[in-house]
Structure formats: C-alpha cells, structure tokens
Design a protein around this ligand. Structure first.
Ligand code: FAD
Length: 637
C-alpha cells in the first residue's frame, strides 16, 4: 500500500464519517475534510502499466478488431434492427472481419486457443451475436452415426424427436456444414450386430453449396425471434438417414478403416472419451472468458457514469458524485473487484485449456473439464445479476437503449443456459469434488486444482482456533493466508458435511433421491470451491505483478474481493465460530473501507480495461464530454 501510516488514522476517520453520516446532513467542515483526505489517500495508478499487465500479448490483435469496426461504421449494429436484418449484418461483419481485416479466427482454434479467445472477447465487445456466431457448433449425444461398409459411408440419424438438436447456431439461415457429435456404431458381424464406440465428431454438409437448399434427409427449422442475440440464426436439426463419406469422421482420436475396423492412437476407451470431452469444453471456456468481457463493459459504463453524475451534497456545497455515496460504492466496487478477479481466473483457465490441447494429459483434461464448468456457471450467473445492478445504478439514463444495459442484458442472459445450464454444471463440479474426497479416503491422488483439499482437510476439519477467531487487525484480515484459509475452510466443511448427508440419505432414498435431497447444499459447495479457485488465482496475479503501482492497486482490489465474499457468507463462519463477533464486525468495517478506497481509483481501474469509446459506445460513459455527447444524441443543439 502506498498510504503512509500517519494517514491511516485519518483514513479511518473519513471512513467512519462516510459510513455513519448521511452526506445530506454532513457539516461543511467534515465534507471538506473528507474531500481533502480522499485526495491524499488515493493510490497512484499507472493505468497503462496495469492495462498491459491485464491484456498482455493480445492487445494488438484486439486493437485490430476494434479499429476495423471503428473504420467501418456501417458494420456497427444499430440500436433498432429487425431479426432478419441483424442476421444479415452479423454475417457481413463476419465476412468483413475475415476478408477485409484479414482476421481468420478458426485458424487459431486448434493451435492457438488463447489468441482465439481473446479475439472472441474483442468481437463480442462489438456485438455479442458476432462472438457467438463465430463459436457455434453442433453437439448431439443421442445422434447416431452407423458405418455402412458396402458404400464406405456413415449414416447419420436422429433416433427420436427428443433427440432433435435445438438451438444450433448458424443453422437456420447461413450454415452449410455442421460438426455433429454422434455415437459411432460399427457392424460386428456377430449376434450383437453393432457395437457402440462412443461419441465422435463428424462433418455433415447440411445445405447444397450452390442452391443453399437443405440436403436430402436434413430437416431444418428456424428457432425464431429470441430475447437477445438476434444476429445469430438458431435452428433445429433432424437427420434422417443422411449419408456422409467415411472421410468426414474427425479422426484425431479414433478412426475407422475401409473394412470397418476401429483404431485409435489413445490407449484406452477412457482416454478416448477424455480427449473427445476435451473438445467439448472449449465452448464453456469461451463463455466464461467472454462473460468477463461483458462485465468489463458494464462495470466501465456504470463506474464512469457514477463518477460523472452529481446528485445532492451538503448545504451550500457543490453536489457530490453519486459514487461518493456509500450505497453506490457497495453496489459497484465489489463488482469491479470481482471483474478483476474473474479476469485472472478465466485467463488462467484459457492457459490451462491451451496446454490441455497440446498434451491431452488425462488429469489436465479432467481438471479443465470441471473448472470450465464451474467458472462458466459462476461467472455468467454473476454477470447476469450485475447487469441489472449496473442498469439500476445508472438511474433513468441506464434505461435508455443507447446506454447499452438492455442489449447487454438480453444478449448475455443465455450465457447462463447454453453450453450447459448453470445449475447442471455446478452439479458436475460438486460431483467431481466428491469423487476427489472419496479418493482421499481410499488413498488415491488428487487432481491439480483440487490439491488444496488434500492439504486442507486435516487442518480445516479440526475445531476453529478460538484465539485466531478473534484476531481483527487490518494486517491479519488483509493477509492472503487468512483470506484463502477462510475460503478453503468453508469449502472443506461443506464437502465433508454433504458427503456425510449423502451417505445417510442414500440408505433410504437411493443415490438419485439422496442427491436431490442435498442439491442446494451441493450447489453451495461447488460455488464455494470456485470462489476459492478464483481467489487463489487473483492472489497469484497480485504476487506476479512487477510494477509496484499496479501491484498496490491489485492488492487493494483483491482484498476487497476476498473480504466482501467472506462478509456475504458471514453466517456460515459465525455458525461454527470460525470468526468471533468482534472479527465479523471488523471484516464488515474493513470491506466498506476498502470499497471506499477502491472508489478513489475506480476511474483508473476501468480505464485499465482499455476499452475505447467506440467499443463501450454508451454516451453516458464517454471519456470526455459525456453529458454533451448524450444531450446531442437525444437531439439538443
Ligand atoms: C440461443 C441458444 C443457442 C444455442 N446454441 C447451441 C449450439 O450452437 N449448439 C448446441 O449444441 N446447443 C445450443 N443450444 C442449446 C443449449 O445448450 C441448451 O438449451 C442447454 O444445454 C440447456 O438445455 P435445455 O434447453 O434442454 O434446458 P433444460 O435441461 O430443460 O433446463 C430447464 C431448467 O431445468 C433445470 N434442470 C434441468 N436439469 C436439471 C438437473 N439435473 N438438476 C437441477 N435442475 C435441472 C435447469 O436448471 C433449468 O432451469 C443453444 C440454446 C440457445 C437458447
């Protein structure tokens, strides 16, 4: 921290005043005192260093995308646009990006996923529909692909109406090919008839290249007008004995020879399944990462507006900015801190994913699978809620479509559902944790991300220490060890207690019934685990930052993230006396104080997201002359 010790008492007084006095009733002397001290306690943030630490090597390619759309205003999505026009525009945006800007996203999918996801982030900031259109694919686990050795073809079938593939991006209008995940069936020439080789990916042409009509056996219906993302043409697909050449099997993990023999370079069916699964998680990784970029845009708009907008103040004094109100800080500052936390967690996920694509390491595949499910669910739910908070935090102007919250909220909302419903995904995380827990008691090894549970179980399951439960000093509360211990303690308790409950209920209810009886407990466990992972990654990012001013800012933001989360769940900690009443009070006070300190550098923190005005686009968030730009937009001279 850059504030001197002598300032600490002054800061505390400011915080006390801002906490306990309604600014409307504040005396002039107090008010001036607050303003002057606030200026003194402000950290100096070097925005450009912080920004390059955040964006790293992807800055250039993202700028290329932003510049292309800035230079081509006709390709920017207007506020009012019909579904059909939006679909056409979205297609033109994609074609322009590839042909004119020379950006070929698919080139990166296989060999450089990190660059691909950063492109997705930039493109999604321009129009979320475009980001989704670039990443859509088809998955159908009930769909069947049967090999016909006579014609050397696979026959693709949708076995029943329940297996019709709904909501396939690009299918309703523009798509010519689909990547279809289907169960591969091979003839066995015995009484069994066929054997099921598990899920494989196939390229299936769906429309005629010249006439663009659906091909024989392929039925396509338009899913119609949606709540958002109307630039994407979603369709429902049914396959009836569609024949494709044997070569259309994507054979990286398993192949079929001309005489119908199956070969694979992977040693076991488990490894093959893990590798195929690895291919499916890319969508979730992309959604978690893109959701953070939506949160960055929303937090930028809401923070800039809150700094600009002045409302009321002490008698005979200038009005104060609405971000000076404690309530506004409470709405927005922990959210800004979370945006930073999620940035580092999802960047790390992308790196793990890239490594997994290179090595196909089985443990890493399992780790990325569970972590992508958890982060996708946690981050997208948080962003969806935050978009409403940001809208409300900007008052009436937040409701104007031009200020973006409506379209961001509508477009982003489905992130909670596609690539796996969030409630279902969190259950996968809980299931994985339980598996790890069982292994611990059977003496097996723990996968990488869950390693901390191995260390934590013995420590955290013992009774809380009554002495440390009372420690309330700022140094202690801002110590990453205390913060991480607290998060992990909660996860370990939840894990151990749910395991006991599941065992008890499964005797009378069976495993499905027991799972359902403990479902809310399981979801809380999964969220708690994901919060621990996010905090651990944030702490690592603070430690690795070499620029002192950026590091001080990140440390402040990280402390706010950690203490705000602990305070949000303080009941759990109090219930088991992990924190005594005095400590709970100190955590609350400190998190409000940190919100106030973050408020002092909020402008710099959102500037470090490095989103140009032509990307944020909301007139209330312009970096200069925001009010006049807005009044001009409405029509005032
Ligand atoms: C705009 C859009 C685009 C899409 N794009 C694609 C695409 O390109 N490719 C593709 O393959 N798919 C796509 N999808 C499909 C998407 O992946 C599914 O909609 C999603 O997986 C959820 O499945 P569902 O709609 O059947 O919901 P349901 O499973 O019916 O869920 C409905 C509700 O039931 C609850 N629920 C369901 N199961 C459980 C459970 N086990 N425990 C507790 N609660 C449960 C859920 O929490 C949810 O609240 C898209 C969907 C949309 C809307």
């Amino acid at each position: 921290m850059q504030t001197s010790t002598s300032n600490a008492e002054a800061e505390r007084r400011i915080q006390k005043l801002t906490q306990h006095l309604n600014p409307l009733l504040m005396s002039d002397t107090n008010y001036l005192y607050i303003v002057s001290c606030a200026a003194r306690t402000k950290l100096n943030v070097d925005t450009s260093s912080l920004s390059s630490y955040m964006r790293g090597k992807y800055r250039d390619i993202q700028e290329k995308v932003f510049n292309y759309f800035n230079a081509n205003p006709h390709l920017q999505t207007p506020l009012e646009i019909s579904k059909d026009n939006h679909r056409e525009l979205c297609m033109k945006q994609l074609v322009g990006l590839v042909r004119e800007a020379g950006i070929r996203p698919l080139r990166y999918v296989l060999h450089d996923p990190s660059t691909y996801f950063s492109l997705l982030e930039a493109v999604g900031s321009v129009d979320m529909s475009l980001g989704i259109k670039m990443g859509s694919n088809v998955q159908g686990l009930q769909t069947i692909a049967t090999f016909d050795p006579i014609t050397d073809e696979f026959i693709i079938d949708t076995p029943n109406d329940g297996a019709i593939k709904w909501w396939i991006g690009n299918a309703a209008v523009h798509g010519k090919f689909a990547t279809v995940f289907a169960r591969l069936k091979l003839p066995t020439y015995d009484t069994k008839g066929v054997s099921d080789m598990g899920v494989h990916a196939f390229i299936v042409p769906i429309r005629d290249m010249k006439t663009h009509e659906p091909l024989p056996g392929i039925e396509i219906h338009d899913c119609g007008h949606k709540v958002g993302l109307n630039g994407v043409d979603n369709g429902a697909l049914r396959f009836r004995s569609v024949r494709i050449p044997r070569d259309n099997l994507l054979n990286r993990f398993g192949d079929v020879s001309r005489d119908g023999k199956y070969t694979s370079n992977l040693p076991s069916a488990n490894k093959q399944f893990a590798a195929t699964l690895g291919e499916l998680v890319g969508g979730r990784v992309g959604l978690a990462y893109s959701s953070v970029s939506v949160l960055k845009v929303a937090a930028t708009i809401a923070t800039r507006y809150s700094l600009l907008r002045q409302q009321f103040g002490p008698p005979n004094q200038p009005e104060v900015s609405i971000l000076d109100y404690q309530s506004q800080q409470h709405k927005l500052m922990p959210m800004l801190a979370s945006t930073y936390a999620f940035h580092f967690a999802t960047t790390n996920l992308v790196e793990m994913y890239s490594e997994m694509k290179k090595t196909h390491d089985e443990e890493l595949v399992a780790d990325v699978h569970a972590l992508s499910a958890g982060l996708k669910a946690y981050v997208t739910s948080y962003t969806a809620k935050s978009l409403s908070v940001c809208r409300e935090a900007c008052g009436g102007h937040g409701y104007a479509a031009v200020n973006r919250f409506g379209s961001l909220r509508n477009d982003h909302d489905i992130f909670q559902t596609f690539e796996g419903d969030n409630t279902v995904l969190l259950q996968q995380v809980a299931g994985d944790l339980l598996k790890q827990y069982q292994r611990k008691f059977k003496g097996g090894t723990f996968a990488v991300t869950w390693n901390y549970l191995r260390e934590s179980m013995n420590t955290y399951l013992s009774q809380p220490n009554p002495v440390t439960a009372r420690w309330e000093g700022e140094d202690h509360l801002r110590n990453p060890k205390f913060q991480l211990d607290a998060f992990r303690y909660r996860t370990s308790r939840l894990l151990q207690s749910v395991a006991v409950r599941l065992r008890k209920h499964s005797k009378s209810l069976g495993s499905f019934g027991a799972w359902n009886r403990c479902l809310n407990h399981l979801l809380t466990l999964a969220e708690s685990h994901i919060e621990s992972v996010i905090l651990a990654k944030f702490i690592e990012a603070v430690d690795s930052c070499s620029d002192p001013s950026s590091q001080a800012a990140l440390k402040l933001v990280c402390d706010l993230y950690a203490l705000d989360r602990i305070w949000n769940d303080i009941g759990t900690y109090r219930n088991v006396d992990y924190v005594a009443p005095n400590k709970a009070k100190a955590i609350h006070k400190l998190s409000e104080y940190l919100s106030f300190q973050v408020r002092n550098i909020a402008g710099e923190l959102v500037d470090a997201f490095d989103l140009p005005d032509h990307v944020t686009r909301a007139p209330i968030a312009m970096q200069s002359e925001a009010y006049s730009q807005y009044t001009q937009h409405v029509g005032f001279e």
